[in-house]
Design a protein around this ligand. Structure first.
Ligand SMILES: Nc1ncnc2c1ncn2[C@@H]1O[C@H](COP(=O)(O)OP(=O)(O)O)[C@@H](O)[C@H]1O
Ligand code: SF4
Ligand SMILES: [Mg+2]
Length: 369
């Protein structure tokens, strides 16, 4: 035994099992964040596109909530995806499947429990407060409830001026000009809107103001969390059109979270379907709608109303309630509600694999042509 071996044994004895487990956990976390070569990444995450201009790469993201009495809610489990500059990735799934938690975890609100979030080639999960703060202008979020996301005490001009002042984006004249530009871009008349407060506006107008605020700091990526779910159907299309216009005008990259597949179809370039914290299927909207491969996606697609009185409702509507994310089923998490579940589905977790170009499904028995 060398002197070094002796030292290592002494340190290990000092640390005890608990300490050893912490060291193991730390090493595993560092491994999860290690930069991968394009070949390695393609092999480990076949649905990633390492040879593209990506703004975001998320690997094995986990978010768990300790809810007391030893119960842990597994809200997001090993979710991996990437986001190519200029695209709109829709994240869809039933309420409670982890969409909002995923969006917030990308922004480190709060830091996820595990995994890697690489934004503009920087690892966000390893950053301290100061470094993260410097990244904030580039990544913004728009929320579901536009009225409560705006401070009712402030006039609209102040709502928009606040981030510009905090980030030293010009003198008062420049800030005023920027506010007018943002309001104009959001199809609001600055002369009418500037001095009024959020409670004087409709939900649609408040969402326009929220969008203008999200754009104030020239972000690269915006995460839109159910941005039209709280709005009247008649207003939804206007806000979706506005988001599309803004995206083109300011060269944005979007993550668009929604429980509503009908909304997603109109806006997305890629769709990621989630169920109980896991990714089921990823593909273009056309592939997801017309060449559906996962049984859960089929149930979601089947529940989208079609404005045709002669067309019957699909018989594939999803049955029952989702299981608790504190105690998810083994194997495929959808198996307790899936009409095609087999023994294999209970034993083995299905991994994402390519079924046609750019279309990936995590299912042992995907839907045949
Ligand atoms: N802060 C929290 N503490 C405990 N559980 C939470 C917390 N936030 C979310 N959850 C749980 O995590 C799961 C995913 O929630 P969420 O991300 O809000 O779903 P979605 O946005 O898809 O409706 C749900 O079961 C929810 O109850
Ligand atoms: S893996 Fe099995 S349980 Fe899961 S969706 Fe496919 S067939 Fe259904
Ligand atoms: Mg949500």
């Amino acid at each position: 035994m060398t002197a070094l071996d002796g030292l290592v044994i002494k340190i290990l004895l000092r640390l005890g099992f608990k300490g050893l487990n912490s060291v193991k956990k730390y090493l595993a976390e560092q491994e999860a964040k290690r930069p991968l070569s394009p070949e390695e990444e393609k092999q480990l995450f076949p649905h990633h596109r390492p040879d593209s201009d990506r703004v975001l790469v998320v690997r094995n993201l986990n978010v768990e909530f300790n809810v007391g009495k030893g119960n842990v809610v597994k809200a997001v489990s090993n979710v991996s995806f990437d986001l190519v500059r200029g695209e709109t990735l829709a994240v869809v799934g039933e309420s409670g499947c982890g969409k909002s938690t995923l969006g917030k975890a990308v922004l480190q609100l709060p830091h996820p429990t595990g995994g890697s979030v690489n934004f503009l080639s920087k690892e966000l999960t390893s950053m301290g407060k100061k470094e993260l703060r410097d990244m904030r202008p580039a990544m913004q979020m728009i929320f579901q409830d536009p009225i409560s996301s705006l401070d009712p005490r402030l006039p609209v001009s102040e709502v928009l001026a606040e981030p510009l002042r905090v980030w030293n984006r010009g003198n008062q004249v420049e800030i005023d000009a920027k506010i007018d530009e943002l309001l104009g871009a959001a199809n609001l008349d600055p002369a009418v809107v500037r001095d009024r407060r959020s409670y004087e506006f409709s939900g649609g107008q408040c969402q326009r103001i929220s969008i203008a605020r999200a754009l104030a700091l020239d972000p690269t990526m915006i995460i839109c969390d159910e941005p039209v779910s709280a709005l009247d159907v008649s207003v939804q299309a206007q806000i979706l059109n506005l988001l599309q216009d803004m995206k083109d005008r300011y060269g944005l990259t979007l993550i668009f979270i929604s429980h509503d597949l009908a909304v997603v179809k109109a806006v997305s370039t890629r769709v990621m379907v989630m169920y109980l914290g896991k990714v089921c299927e990823i593909g273009t909207p056309d592939e997801i709608y017309q060449n559906t491969k996962h049984h859960y996606t089929r149930a979601l697609v089947g529940s989208v109303p079609i404005p045709d009185p002669d067309r019957p409702l699909s018989g594939n509507l999803i049955q029952g309630e989702p299981p608790s994310p504190a105690n998810p089923p083994s194997g495929c998490r959808f198996r307790t509600r899936c009409p095609m579940a087999t023994e294999k589905c209970a034993q083995e977790e299905p991994q994402l694999r390519e079924v046609s170009v750019g279309h990936f499904v995590a299912c042992h028995h995907p839907i045949a042509e």
